[in-house]
Design a protein around this ligand. Structure first.
Ligand code: SAH
Length: 527
C-alpha cells in the first residue's frame, strides 16, 4: 500500500517548457503555471515564462549556474517531494519535453515512491521543435524516413561509453544528438570510423528558438573543427543527415527582419509588453526597461477639477485626448460617476493619433477627429480650420504636460478646461531584471515613446551610474519626444515618420534590418 502524503492536496506537475520560445509552452502547461504555488525550474527554461506564475509563487532555480552551488538530482527529487508533501501545487518546469533526456522519469519515480500525486505535461522537445527553428525538418519523404535521438553525454558514472557507434553509423535516417557538445570531435571521429558517410551534412544549433539562436553547418568531417574555431558552445543540438540541406530553403526564423537585435523598450510597465511582443515577433531580443508608472492625480485641487469636469461632461463641445492613458483615466472615472454613457452629451471627440483613438473606441465612443500628423501642432491646424471660437473644450491630460495646446486653443477663442487626470512617476525597482541586463549587456537600440520615459531613463542611468554605450541607437516616436530628448542631451538616432507604435516599429526595422551584428558582450552566459 502507498504511504499517505501529509496533505491530500499536494500535487506536482512535471511540465515541458518547450525549447525556449515562450510561445511554445502548451496551453495546459500555461494554465497550471498560472495557478502554481511553487515553481522549480531549470537552466534551459526561458525565465520569461516565470512571469506567467503568480507574483506570490515561490520560484526556485535548480539549474546550473557558473560558480554557484548546483543541486544534485537527488536533492532536486527531495525538494519536489518535500514541496508536494507540504500540500502545495508544485510546477516542475523543465526545458523541452520532461521525458526526453530531462530526468523527468526519475523525478516522477521519486514522487510515486513517496506516495504523492503527480501529472506529466509533455512539451515540445528541442530535438524536433528547436531544429524546426533552424529550418531543419527531422524527417523528409525524399531523404530521411527515420529518426534517432541520442545523447552524447552519458551518465558520468559509467566507465565506458555505451554509445553504439556502429549502430548509429549504419542506421538510416536523421540522427539528433542532445548534449555532448564538448565531445563532438570524438563522436564525429567514431562515427566516421564506424563507416558513416564523410559528406553527411551536419548542423549545430544553439539556444534554438530564442533570439540568441545560432546555427553552424558543415559535414561529418568539418563540423568539429568549425565548432572549435567559432567557439560554438552548449546548449546546442547536433543533427546529422540530408535534411540539414533543406535549411538553405527553409530558414524562416533567422531571416526575420530584427533577428538577434537587442532592443530595450522604455515604457510604462502596462504598455511595454505590447511593443515588446511586436518586436519579438519580428525576431528581436526585446526586453523591458520600466521607467515610469501611471497613477491617478493626487493633488486635491486636481482631483476636484477632474470631478467637476466629469460632472459637467455634457457641457463640452469637444473633448480632446492626447494619450491613451488620458483616455483610460477619463473613462474609468467617468463610469464611476455616471451610469449612463449619454452623460457625455453631444461632445465631439478628438484624438491626437490612432493609438489614442483606438483606446477611445474600446470605451465604445466614436472619434470625430484625428489630425494627419499625430502631434499637437497638427491638431491645432485642424481646429483652426474648423473654427473653435466660443466652443467649450476639455483637455484631459497628464499632470505637468505641455500647456501649449490649451494656450493656442484659447488664442483661437475657445474656452478651455485643461485638466490633469493622471500622473507619471519614475520607477526605481527592477523586478523583471531589465535594468540589470541593460547594465551588463547594453542594447542595440532603446525606444522612447514619450518625453517622460526619456526623462526617467536618464534619471535612472545617472542615479545608478549605468553607462549608455556609444553604439546604442536611441529611437524616438516623434518630434515632441525628440525635443525633450535633445534638451536632456540625448543623441537621437532615429525618429519615426509616423508617430505611433506601428510607425516606430517600421522605423526600427528600416534602421536595424541591415545593420551589422554588434559585439554581444556577456551574451554567452547570461543566465
Ligand atoms: N528535455 C529537453 C532536453 C534536455 S537535455 C528537450 O526535450 O529538449 C539538454 C540538452 O538539450 C542540451 O544540452 C541541448 O543539447 C538540448 N537543448 C535543449 N534546449 C535547447 C535549445 N534551446 N537549443 C539547443 N539545444 C537545446
Amino acid at each position: 500500500m502507498k504511504k499517505q502524503s501529509q496533505s491530500k492536496n499536494g500535487i506536482c506537475y512535471l511540465i515541458g517548457a518547450g525549447p525556449g520560445d515562450p510561445g511554445l509552452l502548451t496551453v495546459r502547461g500555461a494554465k497550471l503555471l498560472h495557478d502554481a504555488e511553487i515553481v522549480i525550474y531549470d537552466y534551459l527554461c526561458n525565465p520569461i515564462l516565470l512571469q506567467q506564475a503568480p507574483a506570490t509563487a515561490e520560484k526556485i532555480y535548480v539549474g546550473k549556474a557558473a560558480g554557484k552551488h548546483t543541486l544534485s538530482q537527488e536533492e532536486i527529487n527531495q525538494l519536489l517531494v518535500k514541496s508536494t508533501q507540504d500540500g502545495k501545487l508544485v510546477v516542475r518546469l523543465k526545458g523541452g519535453d520532461p521525458f526526453l533526456f530531462g530526468r523527468g522519469g526519475e523525478e516522477a519515480e521519486a514522487l510515486e515512491d513517496a506516495g504523492l500525486k503527480f501529472e506529466i505535461v509533455p512539451g515540445i522537445t528541442s530535438a524536433i521543435g528547436g531544429l524546426a527553428y533552424a529550418g531543419i525538418p527531422v524527417t523528409h519523404r525524399a531523404s530521411n524516413a527515420m529518426l534517432t535521438i541520442f545523447t552524447g553525454h552519458e551518465d558520468p558514472a559509467k566507465k565506458e561509453s555505451k554509445l553504439d557507434y556502429d549502430a548509429l553509423a549504419t542506421t538510416p535516417g536523421t540522427k539528433v544528438m542532445l548534449m555532448g557538445m564538448e565531445r563532438l570531435e570524438k563522436i564525429c571521429e567514431e562515427l566516421l570510423a564506424a563507416g558513416m558517410e564523410k559528406k553527411t551534412p551536419v548542423a549545430l544549433v544553439r539556444w534554438a528558438s530564442t533570439p540568441r539562436q545560432e546555427t553552424l553547418t558543415g559535414t561529418l568531417v568539418t563540423i568539429a573543427k568549425l565548432a572549435q574555431e567559432k567557439n560554438f558552445k552548449a546548449p546546442a543540438l547536433a543533427v546529422f543527415g540530408e535534411v540539414v540541406s533543406l535549411r538553405e530553403k527553409l530558414n524562416w526564423f533567422e531571416t526575420k527582419p530584427l533577428f538577434r537585435k537587442r532592443i530595450a523598450v522604455t515604457r510604462t510597465r502596462e504598455k511595454a509588453s505590447e511593443l515588446v511582443k511586436t518586436l519579438r515577433d519580428l525576431g528581436a531580443d526585446a526586453y523591458e526597461l520600466p521607467t515610469i508608472r501611471i497613477k491617478p492625480v493626487t493633488e486635491k485641487k486636481d482631483r476636484e477639477a477632474f470631478v467637476e469636469a466629469l460632472a459637467q461632461a455634457h457641457h463640452y463641445d469637444w473633448i480632446v485626448f492626447t494619450s491613451p492613458n488620458g483616455v483610460a483615466h477619463f473613462f474609468e472615472a467617468f463610469y464611476k460617476l455616471h451610469r449612463d454613457a449619454r452623460e457625455l452629451g453631444n461632445a465631439k471627440i478628438a484624438a491626437i493619433g490612432p493609438g489614442t483613438a483606438q483606446k477611445i473606441e474600446e470605451y465604445r465612443f466614436g472619434v470625430d477627429l484625428i489630425p494627419p500628423q499625430f502631434v499637437a501642432e497638427s491638431l491645432l491646424k485642424e481646429f483652426k480650420k474648423l473654427g473653435v471660437e466660443n466652443l467649450k473644450i476639455l483637455l484631459p491630460r497628464a499632470s505637468g504636460s505641455r500647456e501649449m495646446l490649451a494656450v493656442e486653443l484659447e488664442n483661437f477663442g475657445a474656452i478651455v478646461d485643461d485638466v490633469p487626470v493622471y500622473e507619471t512617476v519614475g520607477v526605481t525597482d527592477d523586478v523583471a531584471g531589465g535594468w540589470k541586463r541593460f547594465a551588463e549587456e547594453g542594447a542595440d537600440l532603446v525606444t522612447f515613446t514619450s518625453g517622460s520615459t526619456a526623462q526617467h531613463f536618464k534619471n535612472y542611468l545617472e542615479k545608478n551610474s549605468v553607462v549608455l554605450p556609444l553604439t546604442t541607437t536611441l529611437a524616438s516616436i516623434g518630434p515632441v519626444t525628440s525635443s525633450v530628448m535633445k534638451e536632456l542631451g540625448m543623441k537621437i538616432g532615429l525618429e519615426a515618420k509616423q508617430h505611433d507604435i506601428p510607425g516606430l516599429v517600421a522605423a526600427i526595422v528600416d534602421h536595424l534590418e541591415n545593420s551589422p551584428q554588434r559585439s554581444r558582450k556577456n551574451f554567452e552566459d547570461r543566465r
